[in-house]
Each structure stands twice: as C-alpha cells, then as structure tokens.
Design a protein around this ligand. Structure first.
Ligand code: TYD
Ligand code: ZN
Length: 407
C-alpha cells in the first residue's frame, strides 16, 4: 500500500470501490475493438491522519499522459470561466506585460490565450506531445515536458521567475506532489501566486459526484488537507474562490508562507470540520448513496427499455466511463453516445464499447431519451436541446440523483 502523498503515513481506510474499469480516457479505435483492454481496480481510500482521499493504485503518468485524448473544453461555460479567471488574477495581482504566467498542464492553451489577450507573457507546460504540438501550432508557446524541479530551473534560466503559476485540473493528477511544490518554490517570484483549480471534495461528496473518480484523479482534497500539504513546503493558502464549473470547483490561491493564516481560509476549514468532512463516516455515507444511485439509475433505464424506448448517451466525458462501467450500462441499453469533440467521434468508449457519434448523426437518429453523461454542462445542453425536449424528448440527469427532465 502507498504512503499518503500529503502526510506520509499509511493510515488508510477503504471508502468506495467502483470495481475494475479501463482507463477513462482510453477511447478505443474500431480496429482495436477485439484487443483485450486492461482493467484496473478503482477504489478510493481515506487517510485517517490528514483527511486525504486517494486512489489506492497509481497508473504511471507516461501511460496516461504521453499521448492524451482530452482537449481543453471549448464549451461556452468553460470559455467564460477561462476569461473570468484571467481577468480576476491579472486584476487582483496587478499582472502586466512584464509578468510571466506559467500554466502547468496547459493543454491546447485556451486558458493562457486569455492571459495573452490581457497583455501578459505566457508559457505553457504540457506533457502530452500531441497536445503540446497543437498548442504551439496555435501560437501559445508550450514546452512539451512534465512540470518538475528540472523544468522549473530551465524556465527560470530562460524566462525568469513567474508571478503567476496556474494549475487547472491537474494538481489532483500528480503523484509526486513534493517535487511539483519544490518546482513551484523555485519558479515562483517572491510576490507571486500559485493558483490551483481542483474539484472540491466536499462538493463531490455532497452532490454524489462519484463518477468524477477515475484513474487520472489520484487525490481528492479538502481545503484543510491542502493547507497541511502547503505548510510542508513553506507555502500557505492566501484565499479560496468556490465556483460552479465541473460540479463544484475550488480555486486556491497559494503564496509563500508569511505571517498569519488568512481568516477566510480558517473559517472554510472550520466549516469542513463542522460537516464531518475529515471523518470516515462522511465518506461511508457517500459510498452508500453511490450504490443507491446505481440501483435507481439501472431500474429507470430497464423500465424504459421494457417499454421499447431508445436511449443514447449525451457527451463522452471521461467521467461518463466511470458511470457506465460501474453501473454496467452498455450497448444493451444505449444505442450510441453523442459528443461534439471531432477527435472523439468514430471512436468507442473504453469498456462498454459504445460508439461515439456526432451531433449531426444524433439529430438524424434521435433517441427517446438521453442519459446526460456530461451533467456538468446540464444548463448549456438542456438549453441547446430545447427543440428535442419540446418535441417530447427526455433526459435522465444522473447526478446528484437520477431524475427525468423534459417529456
Ligand atoms: P468534460 O466535462 O470537459 O470532461 P471530463 O469529464 O472528461 O473531464 O467533458 C464534457 C464532454 O461533453 C466533452 O467530451 C464534450 C461533450 N459535450 C458535448 O458533446 N456537447 C456539448 O454541448 C457540451 C457542452 C459538451
Ligand atoms: Zn495523509
């Protein structure tokens, strides 16, 4: 068993087992459908010492990220969020043309482009070769490397120190957090800010977002646990913003440790304790609710099938693969899943082998009901599919608990 990547102990308690699943972003090409896929255990554990929730296995980063299917979302919701974040940080920290903004796991550069527009110098760090190439083609300067102490040292030599290091939806993917935080210490200017955007564990649990558990997400953090980690590396949390994207996300502003802990941060940590978010029982109750969702969802779908209805999935997000594999929902129930990402279309989902179809195909072959796998875009998608709903079509929104919409 691993030692805890925050406190180093091995005081693990098992929380929730989602069975065995293939890697959630390993979409399958038609020619590979007959090849056997590797299934890995998907189990979360809780550290009784520091409150970290973690997976109990670590898939080596090169297996997951040297080639990566996941492209930064270009959805309206996320583009608006990218713009807001760049504006918020440049204003709050007075970032300008002299300042370098570095993004870790910068993907195709959609976030950095917003900082560029606002006049900052930018540099992306992206380990996936296929994606770093795309970013550079789109004129967002990007190093094709993992963010390590060596990478940080090279950036300092070539570009100087950074006043703003951004890590959006990547911190939870990193096993060796010590090396990354040492790298941050090396690269960050004395008055700089390190910005971590991650799903908030309290939202994940309170809203039953079990499907956001997959092999890329190694750690699930409360603010209390993060604060404890930062202290070990002479950093501290300056402030936290809580936003709605991806089902509840925190944007944690980290600076070099100085002075007292911020009042707002202390009160958020107190709220977490008051809720019991540092206790095993809190997670055990979540595990029980997850099992109930599986039972309810499967019975809703079986009922529709018995009545001869046609079903399809809406969106092919990574989390959809956790949900489908855990609930055993495959081609016996869904005809296809639709996704508007051109690079995913024509591929098949890992495990369930559902075919990913385009929006055009779905409009020509509409089901009676969609299972909304991309539920984090519910508002945007339900609005876009008004015509389908007005014509009697329905959605099942599975999270926080399966309900019908429309019809
Ligand atoms: P996302 O939530 O970005 O990712 P993940 O769970 O993998 O981290 O995935 C949303 C998926 O939904 C993405 O593949 C694009 C797709 N999508 C549509 O097909 N249509 C839409 O209108 C929207 C907003 C998303
Ligand atoms: Zn721990």
């Amino acid at each position: 068993m691993l030692s805890c990547r925050v406190c180093g102990t091995r005081n693990w308690e098992r929380v929730l087992s989602l069975g065995y699943t293939p890697l959630a972003n390993n979409y399958v090409r038609m020619n590979d459908l007959k090849k056997e896929e590797i299934y890995y255990p998907l189990t979360t554990v809780f550290c009784a010492q520091c409150g970290l929730v973690s997976l109990d296995v670590v898939i080596p980063a090169p297996v997951l990220y040297d080639f990566y299917y996941y492209l930064s979302s270009e959805s309206k919701t996320i583009l608006a969020h990218n713009e807001w974040l760049a504006r918020y940080l440049t204003t709050r920290f007075g970032l300008g043309p002299a300042d370098l903004v570095v993004e870790i796991g910068s993907n195709t550069g959609t976030q950095l482009r917003c900082f560029k527009t606002l006049g900052c110098r930018t540099l992306g760090v992206e380990p996936a070769e296929n994606i770093a190439t795309l970013a550079n083609e789109h004129e967002v300067e990007t190093l094709n490397r993992y963010f390590t102490t060596a990478t940080a040292a090279d950036i300092v030599t070539q570009h100087g120190r950074s006043r703003c290091i951004v890590a959006r939806h990547v911190f939870a993917h990193i096993d060796d957090l010590g090396d990354v935080l040492r790298a941050v210490n090396r690269l960050l200017a004395d008055d700089g800010v390190f910005v971590i955007e991650i799903p908030y564990l309290v939202d994940l649990v309170d809203r039953n977002e079990f499907d956001t558990i997959y092999h890329e997400h190694l750690s699930y953090f409360t603010i209390g646990t993060l604060q404890r980690l930062m202290e070990r590396y002479d950093l501290r949390i300056l402030d936290v913003e809580h936003v709605e994207v991806h089902g509840g996300t925190i944007i944690v502003l980290v600076e070099r440790a100085r002075g007292q802990e911020a009042e707002r941060v202390r009160s958020m940590i107190e709220e977490e304790s008051a809720k019991g978010a540092n206790k095993l029982e809190y997670f055990r109750a979540f595990a029980a609710r997850t099992e109930q969702i599986k039972l309810d969802l499967v019975s809703m779908i079986l009922d529709l099938k018995r009545r001869g209805q046609r079903l399809a999935g809406y969106g092919a997000p990574a989390k959809g693969n956790t949900l489908l594999n855990y609930c055993g929902i495959d081609s016996a129930y869904l005809d296809y899943v639709r996704d508007n990402t051109p690079t995913k279309q024509g591929l098949y989902l890992p495990g369930t082998h559902l075919r990913i179809r385009s929006d055009e195909y779905a409009r020509a072959h509409p089901p009676d009901c969609y299972l909304l796998l991309a539920w984090n875009y519910a508002t945007e998608i339900l609005e876009k599919e008004k015509e389908f709903i007005d014509a009697g079509g329905r959605f099942i929104v599975p999270i926080p608990a399966p309900v019908f919409v429309g019809g």
